[in-house]
Write a protein that binds this ligand. Structure first.
Ligand code: ADP
Length: 392
């Protein structure tokens, strides 16, 4: 069965076509700068990548090019062969705790949840509609970034704030990157050969979050009502004293929008290093002796350490720590510093084993109290798996 896995951003569309259940990738591609000058798309098939510069005024036009490529590259002989299209949706609120077949009601609910993800859910809605038009016979599913975190107990998802904020305004912890946390926690359980596990999953990229996963179910996660909670990130502050926001508004006359921008786009590694939000630039800065980069890296690592330690206690121990995403998969330095910072828990780094990027590996030493793994994430295959299960 052929399944499409789709991730729509406000100006982009990423997709992969799979043969399921084999999980064989047939074709993948990325449409960029949709609705902006200089739009283009890249298609990769049999390891060969081609880029085409085309006018992409909206997502519908991108989907039309996509279906044309599927036919021209003989991925399908007719679009009816695509039996399921799975869409990544950022915010599922507390209505959606699993992947759901999209009907009119579900589509309306996703649209209404745009208040929780104003940049992302509207793009998903546009993408869903465009595919419904182009491939009307395929079932469409919504795979929510927040669904995996819906198993958190109330004491972990509630904030100690006036309760009508929760009951009337839906203010609570939702988390993010759920599909990735689920993928790596399931994979590490396969490696460990059991399901009754205590796992700490670290999705550390430009954005980042840490989760505590007990017996395959998320019990806590570091992102909150929005993605600007938890660890320090590329350009996000992560956890701060929230009163900083109102104080700075009073001191400077900044608007809520400007504060939001400062905390999401001008903070984190970027703010402290003064040079970049990108971990590669920070590492280069450290190698050149840049003190601000060293400080940024120290703050960054300490905050990840703190969450892992907190979840270790909350889980009552830990069977595995897993690193994934841009830094988790590729930053040898960041992994090394995090693992060394966890020495009080008995974590021991295997310096040589840690010298890897982008591949699955055990990176802790034999005598480490907790095995630490790198597992490259694969959100697309999770979307395809769920969609296949529902299409079947
Ligand atoms: P996003 O949250 O945008 O999906 P990614 O998961 O792609 O982010 O992660 C991007 C981050 O990963 C960047 O900070 C980048 O510097 C970092 N990264 C990627 N490759 C490396 C590398 N080889 N060494 C260190 N950091 C890396």
């Amino acid at each position: 069965m052929k399944i499409l896995s789709v991730n729509c951003g406000s100006s982009s569309l990423k997709f992969q076509a799979y043969e399921m259940p084999e999980e064989k990738v047939l074709i993948q591609g990325l449409f960029e700068r949709i609705g902006i000058d200089g739009s283009c798309y890249t298609i990769t098939i049999n390891g060969e990548k081609t880029t085409k510069e085309v006018d992409l005024p909206d997502h519908q036009v991108a989907v039309d090019y996509l279906t044309k490529e599927l036919l021209e590259n003989k991925v399908v002989s007719s679009l009816d062969e695509i039996e399921g299209v799975g869409h990544r949706v950022v915010a599922g609120g507390d209505q959606f705790d699993r992947t759901t077949v999209i009907n009119d009601e579900v589509l309306q609910a996703i649209d209404a949840l745009s208040k929780l993800a104003p940049l992302h859910n509207p793009a998903a809605v546009i993408g869903i509609k465009a595919f419904q038009k182009a491939i009307p016979n395929a079932i469409a599913t919504a795979v929510f970034d927040t669904a995996f975190h819906q198993t958190m107990p109330k004491e972990n998802y509630l904030y100690p704030v006036p309760m009508n904020w929760y009951t009337e305004y839906a203010v609570r912890r939702y988390g993010a990157h759920g599909t990735s946390h689920q993928y790596i926690s399931e994979r590490v359980n396969e490696i460990l050969g059991r399901k009754d596990t205590k796992v700490i999953t670290c999705h550390v990229g430009n954005g980042g979050s840490i989760s505590a996963v007990l017996n395959g179910k998320c019990i806590n996660t570091s992102m909150g009502f929005t993605p600007n909670a938890g660890i320090m990130m590329g350009s996000r502050s992560g956890d701060i004293d929230v009163t900083l926001a109102t104080y700075m508004m009073e001191q400077t006359g900044m608007s809520p929008k400007e504060i939001d921008h400062a905390l999401n786009k001008e903070s984190g590694l970027l703010a402290v290093s003064g040079i970049s939000s990108d971990a590669r630039d920070i590492e280069a800065g450290i190698n050149e002796g840049n003190e601000n980069c060293k400080l940024a890296q120290k703050m960054y690592v300490n905050r990840i350490r703190d969450y892992i330690a907190k979840y270790y206690v909350e889980l009552g121990g830990c069977d595995a720590i897993v690193f994934t995403a841009g830094l988790g998969e590729n930053s040898i330095l960041t992994r090394k510093q995090i693992m060394n910072a966890l020495a009080p828990l008995g974590v021991v780094l295997d310096e040589k084993a840690n010298e890897i990027r982008g591949v699955e590996a055990l990176v802790s030493a034999k005598d480490s109290s907790i095995p630490c793994y790198v597992i490259p994430t694969d959100e697309e295959v999770m979307i395809a798996r769920d969609t296949y299960a529902l299409a079947k």
